[in-house]
Design a protein around this ligand. Sequence first.
Ligand code: BES
Ligand code: ZN
Ligand code: ZN
Length: 472
Amino acid sequence: KKLFVFETQQPGKDVVPVAYSKDKDSFKIYNKGLDPGHANYLANIEASNSTGEVFVRFEKDKIFVYVCFGELKGDLEKLKDGISMAGAKCLKAVAYLNTHINFYVDFEEYDRDFIGGLILSSYKYDFNKKESKNKLTLSIIGNENVKKYISIYNSQNFARFLGDTPANLMTPTLFAEYACDLLKDLKVEVFDKKFMEENKMNLLLSVAQGSEQEPRLLSISYKGRESDEVDIGLVGKGITFDSGGISIKPSANMAAMKGDMLGGASVVSVMKLVSDFKLKANVRAVIPLTENLPSGSATKPGDVFCGMSGKSVEVDNTDAEGRLVLADALTYIQQSKPKYVMDIATLTGAMAISLGDSFIGFFCNDDKLAEVIYQSGIQSSDPAWRLPLSSLYLSSMKSTVADLKNVGGRFGGSAIAAIFLNEFIEKDTKWAHFDIAGVMDSSRNTAVYGKYMTGKGVPVVFETVQTLIQHL
Ligand code: BES
Ligand code: ZN
Ligand code: ZN
């Protein structure tokens, strides 16, 4: 199984140079002298986007692709999106070669977005098909920055792979194995049910008890500097399938819930980048892994559990399971006293209503950290928008029989979930919660993502980690 088709190489024979300029006229000349046999491929990418033009020139064993966006007219988000789409179309245009292709990328700026478009659009999930259609492999040649971007988007594709893999092939046990394989250079501990029992992680266990699959708790440690202090803690929701449990979901689109571990997958990918980039900080990650299924042993609405923090929760709705597993994971990671904690989770369907699939929603208890996240979103072209973390949403979760209920009212679902998590955050912890439910998959079948899981969240969380470390 070859997951990563992109690598950096020394210039080889069949190089596809890709250039970008604001100067339209300098590229006009290349629009002439085309091989008519390739006209359809050209048409394919010429229609690539509304914000710019793509020019192609065929020459013996070389194809020149030029992307030109003219003047930047203030709308940076649209421009970046257009460049990434051009990358996707560029890949489509050369895909017919059915061979190994070297891309030589030489951009004045926005090379990050172009490379993102190339790499993310190259991703497909066909490992379970009798025949994999596309034998194309590619290399990108470029400077140091280009190499960094390649790692980032390859890593994002890995998170997508974990998410797209069907739940029967991505159980908690198998997820842990994939993570161990990928993170060979790191200390990875895989804990079982017994460990959870010993640590009173009864909220996590309450979700797992309906499933035949054993739950797992993954702990990943990266040491990038002297001292045993943990600088940053990452937590990812790892529900390998979310049926809703006894509060079962409707069957339409339930299959998408194989992706309910994308928070955990993103954390694995970010840890891989932290280690590959040799960041100078200590970073720790915790991923609670379980299925959420109905059965004779499953949690019933109204059941009460007391988690690791000592707080008891009445499970009013078994489909609000993410916050339960995160509560214990957040309690656990804070035992190592990280200065910053960030969790990432496909937590609430309400995110799709509030922000759609263009922005990740995040909640934060520290204004400086929130600003770093916002700027990191722009920097990494993986934008995130802050939503209110407010105790005004807490009252709806009052319980008559426990410290709190796991659900509140119907409206403001994402903010309710966030303030629930906040109940498990200690006073000194600078904390942010990313809700990636709205950006999880690409139902629109976009040029860049196809119909697959997007892996969005990996770039912005990694960028945030990098920035925080610079200021430690
Ligand atoms: N995993 C879902 C949220 C989700 C929905 C992720 C759609 C990705 C796409 C989560 O566990 C859930 O079911 N949340 C409920 C909460 C409700 C019961 C308060 C929801 O959003 O409906
Ligand atoms: Zn659920
Ligand atoms: Zn869920």
